[in-house]
Write a protein that binds this ligand. Sequence first.
Ligand code: LLP
Length: 420
Amino acid sequence: MNSFTNYKDDILHMEDTNVLDIVNEVGTPVYCYSLNTIRRNYQLFSEYIPNGLICFAVKANSNIAVIKAVADMGGGADVVSEGEIRRALAAGIPSNKIIFSGVGKTEKEIIFALNKNIHQINVESLDELCLINKIAFKQGCVAPVAIRVNPNIDGKTNDKITTGLTINKFGVPEEMIGKIFEQNFANIDLLGVSVHIGSQICDKKVILNVFESVKKIVLKFKSFGCNVRRVDVGGGLGIAYLENEKVCSIEDYAQLLREKVCNLGYEVICEPGRSIVGNAGALITEVLYTKANGFIKHVIVDAGMNDFIRPALYDGKHRIIPIVQRTHQKEVVDIVGPICESGDIFARNYSIQTLHKGDLIAICDVGAYGASMSSTYNSRPLLPEVLVNKSKYAVIRKRGNYEDILNKDLVPEGIYDLED
Ligand code: LLP
């Protein structure tokens, strides 16, 4: 649950900043992030695993100013594309703290990563390993590699974000590990194991299971003669989106990691994304209209599923709260966006203070997979982002504009001929 839902004089503040001040300057919709929540989340990880490398999963929130908060605290980055490597470097993450994950790295991306001397590439298939070996040979270097193993563990999370089952495309199945060690790759330094079984994992037992399976996989690697030096346990720790939702805390997760994995004596890497930034963000949006269709009252806001897709894509539930508390009178409404799709709904049957045109609301806990998953669908400019530090705030991404949207399209002459 986020840490900024404090009302002063009935007005929502993020840290010590009045959200209305941000709205007056930047307009709506707008993403706001609490810097000190991000810092606190990161610190919880680092306190328990002081010798581990905490690589923030950049895909969760790829704003360079957000990544910089992690860089300033000594964190690394888990990236999945050349674009994310560029963002991490631009934010000040040293290349020797960058881990490159992903099932479909291109040759160009691998060349870029090796040129930048990143810390580790997490390899997901034999094909990929062969390609990296070839590229490293050409570049005259030895590629630092971990093998991502798919341990066939059910993360007990949404199907769309489960990655650790054999039916998923990720990693190398345990029974295929032998194949990796059949060949000798002269330009690969096989450093160890990586595992990532999915996201929004809340159950401590599942997490324990992952850590235990990592131990088993390390032994298997060793039985093939691998000189294991690193263990990367991935990310995936969930956050509480709803009141009273039971979730393994960062403290419990990190303590478990220390007890089960850090004591094995290897360099330990973890890749948290959501648990670092998720509860630090709010999406502030304005009510455009209210209307009743049959029994349902629809509150139509100016943010849409293009700006924040989690409810539409994963049926993700997020708390929604008013910016100005006016009354304790509540009603049950559907809070919907303006996009021409019925799935453009932020909350169904939601009990909230009676809302009118012009009211402002905050969709909570959107710091992870919010802005980073947004699009210009319906030709809507991307939203601005604001970073709050106590009573100060700064725009960290400008609101998109129509030039951004229109100027990429080309209307070439000579293609519209009706006949050859
Ligand atoms: N490492 C790897 C290899 C990953 O694929 C991911 C996330 C992470 C780390 C970070 O996981 P986290 O700690 O954030 O759970 N868009 C979805 C989540 C997709 C997660 C993709 N991989 C959502 O909004 O729920």
